[in-house]
Design a protein around this ligand. Structure first.
Ligand SMILES: *Cc1c(COP(=O)(O)O)cnc(C)c1O
Length: 404
C-alpha cells in the first residue's frame, strides 16, 4: 500500500503515548485524574430542553432527509438574530452565515478555500493544532506568531517581517484563547483588523470561547470592529457554551465572499448538518442562552479559583484567566512540558497536556483543563503537594523536584 505524501506533513500526535499509559493505569484500577481534556461534557451535560427539541425533530420524516447545504434558514436566521442581540452585528442570514459541522470543520475548509501551494498563513504558536496542520495539508506555509508571557499571549504585529506580511493570505487568531486562557482588549483587535485590511489578508477569528468568560469580562465578535466585515470571517461554535461538543454544530459568519468560497469547498465535502441538530441549536440560541452560560461559567470560575489557589500554595504565581477553561502552567525548572506531564502521570496519576501539543512556544508549559469537578482539581493539587512539587514565581526560582 502507498499513501499520500501529505500524510508525512501531519505532525505526530503528542498525546498518543500519554493516552496509552493513562488507559493502562485505569485498567489497573488506579484513580487517574484527567486534567487534559478540552471538553465540558459529560461533567456538564447538554441542557435537557435542547436535547428535547432534537428528540422530537428526529422523529419527523420531513427532517430525516439531506439537510440544506448552507444550513436551514431557521438556523441561519437564529444565528443572525443572536449576533444582533449579543454583539450588535448586522448579518444577512442568506449570504453572511453558513452552518458548520463544528467550528473545527469550518476552520479546516476555510483554510482550503484560501491557501494554495506555497501560500503563507499567519498562525499563533501555541495555537489550536488544526490551523497549522491544515495549512500544511493544503500545501501552504504557516508563519508562526509567538504567544509568550512577554507579549501577553498576543501576536506582536511589529515582529512579523514585512515581506511575510505582504505575502500572507490568511491570519488566524483565537480569543479567549486556547491553550493560554488569554483575552485581548478591543484596541488590539482593531489593530489586527487594520493590519489585515492594509495588506489584504483574510482574517479568521476563532471565537470558540466567546461565551466562556469570567469576572464580568464580555468577549467581543471580530465583526464589531471597523472594517472587519471587509476582510474577516468568524467561526462560532455551540460546543463549549452549550455543552454540545458531540453534536457538531457551529457557524461561519462574516464577509460574504469568504463565506461563498468556504461553501464552494464544503459542498464538495459534506452535505450539511442533520436538520434536527440545527433546530435544537436554534432553540439553544433563542431560549435565554445567558442562563446556560452563567450556570457553566460559575462552575468554571469556582474550579479556576480552586486551581489558582492550589497552584499558588505550591509556589506558582499565575495570571487570573478571564476566558476559556484552561490554565497554562509553566513547568518547574529542569523540566519541559513533556517530562513534567510524564512525571505527573507516572508518579501521581494526574494527566495534563504537554504544551508542545500547541506549538514550540508551548514547550515549557502544560495545559490544565477545568473540565472535571472542583474536588478532583483539589485532589490533583494535593497529590502534587504531597509529592513536594513546587512551582515558581520568576525564572530561575528553585524547583522542588528533579527531572525524570
Ligand atoms: C473546541 C475548539 C474548537 C472546535 O469547536 P467545534 O465547534 O467543537 O469543532 C475550535 N477552536 C478552538 C480553539 C477550540 O478550543
Amino acid at each position: 500500500m502507498e499513501f499520500a505524501r501529505r500524510l508525512a506533513d501531519i505532525p505526530p500526535y503528542l498525546f498518543a503515548e500519554l493516552n496509552q499509559k493513562k488507559a493502562r493505569m485505569i485498567a489497573e484500577g488506579i484513580d487517574v485524574i484527567d486534567l487534559s481534556i478540552g471538553d465540558p461534557v459529560p461533567e456538564l451535560p447538554t441542557p435537557d430542553h435542547i436535547v428535547e427539541v432534537l428528540r422530537e425533530a428526529a422523529l419527523r420524516p420531513e427532517y430525516q432527509n439531506y439537510p440544506d447545504y448552507n444550513g436551514c434558514p431557521e438556523f441561519r436566521q437564529a444565528v443572525a438574530e443572536y449576533y444582533r442581540r449579543r454583539f450588535n452585528v448586522e448579518l444577512d442570514w442568506a449570504s453572511e452565515v453558513t452552518a458548520l459541522n463544528g467550528a473545527k470543520e469550518g476552520l479546516a475548509h476555510l483554510i482550503w478555500a484560501v491557501i494554495d501551494k506555497g501560500d503563507v498563513a499567519l498562525v499563533p504558536d501555541p495555537g489550536y493544532p488544526v490551523y497549522a496542520t491544515q495549512v500544511r495539508l493544503a500545501g501552504g506555509a504557516p508563519h508562526f506568531m509567538p504567544l509568550t508571557e512577554a507579549n501577553g499571549f498576543k501576536p506582536d504585529l511589529d515582529q512579523i517581517p514585512a515581506k511575510v506580511a505582504e505575502a500572507a493570505r490568511l491570519m488566524i487568531i483565537n480569543y479567549p484563547n486556547n491553550p493560554t486562557g488569554a483575552v485581548v482588549e478591543a484596541a488590539y483587535i482593531q489593530e489586527v483588523v487594520d493590519f489585515c485590511r492594509q495588506r489584504d489578508i483574510i482574517l479568521c477569528y476563532d471565537n470558540a470561547y466567546a461565551e466562556t468568560t469570567f469576572d464580568g469580562y464580555v468577549a467581543p465578535s471580530v465583526l464589531e470592529f471597523d472594517g472587519a466585515m471587509e476582510i474577516a470571517v468568524e467561526t462560532y461554535s455551540l460546543s463549549k457554551p452549550f455543552n454540545m461538543t458531540g453534536w457538531r454544530i457551529g457557524a461561519a459568519v462574516g464577509n460574504r465572499k469568504i463565506i461563498d468560497a468556504l461553501r464552494r469547498i464544503k459542498t464538495n465535502v459534506d452535505t450539511g448538518v442533520f436538520t434536527p441538530v440545527q433546530l435544537a441549536a436554534v432553540h439553544a440560541l433563542k431560549s435565554s442562552p445567558e442562563t446556560v452560560f452563567s450556570r457553566s461559567n460559575s462552575v468554571y470560575e469556582r474550579r479556576r479559583d480552586a486551581a489558582l489557589a492550589g497552584f499558588s500554595s505550591l509556589g506558582w504565581e499565575l495570571p487570573v484567566t478571564k476566558g476559556s477553561f484552561y490554565i497554562w502552567l509553566p513547568v518547574p525548572e529542569g523540566h519541559d512540558g513533556g517530562s513534567f506531564a510524564q512525571l505527573l502521570l507516572e508518579e501521581l496519576a494526574v494527566v495534563v497536556a504537554p504544551g508542545a501539543t500547541w506549538g514550540s512556544n508551548g514547550m515549557n508549559y502544560v495545559r490544565v483543563a477545568l473540565t472535571v469537578e472542583e474536588e478532583r482539581i483539589r485532589e490533583a493539587i494535593q497529590r502534587m503537594k504531597d509529592a513536594g512539587i513546587r512551582g515558581f514565581i520568576s525564572a530561575g526560582a528553585a524547583a522542588g523536584i528533579s527531572p525524570v
